[in-house]
Design a protein. Structure first.
Length: 93
């Protein structure tokens, strides 16, 4: 299952080190990922959205915002790039 993961780190916990911590958590827990935008990722995992949330919550501070949702097969993009489009095209929805 592909999930979209978005987060917003709130001041004063929005330093480059804070973002690195969250990115490391995503890459470490979910080896099948695509980085979409600064704070937007796609992860391919058998876990539920709630399980992904619970895992990533450990790397966030109070006040940070996290959103996780399962992405179904209906998606569209523009100027998304071949690498990310191909990553999505090879996923089983």
């Amino acid at each position: 299952m592909v999930h979209i993961v978005t987060y917003d780190l709130r001041s004063p916990n929005d330093t480059p080190a804070d973002y690195d911590r969250v990115i490391t958590a995503i890459k470490g827990a979910f080896p099948n990922w695509a980085h979409v935008e600064k704070s937007v990722w796609l992860v391919d995992t058998p876990l539920t959205a709630a399980q992904v949330r619970d895992h990533l919550q450990q790397s966030l501070h109070d006040g940070d915002v996290l959103f996780v949702a399962r992405l179904h097969k209906h998606w569209a993009s523009i100027y998304f790039g071949d690498e990310r489009n191909n990553w999505l095209k090879t996923r089983a929805f």
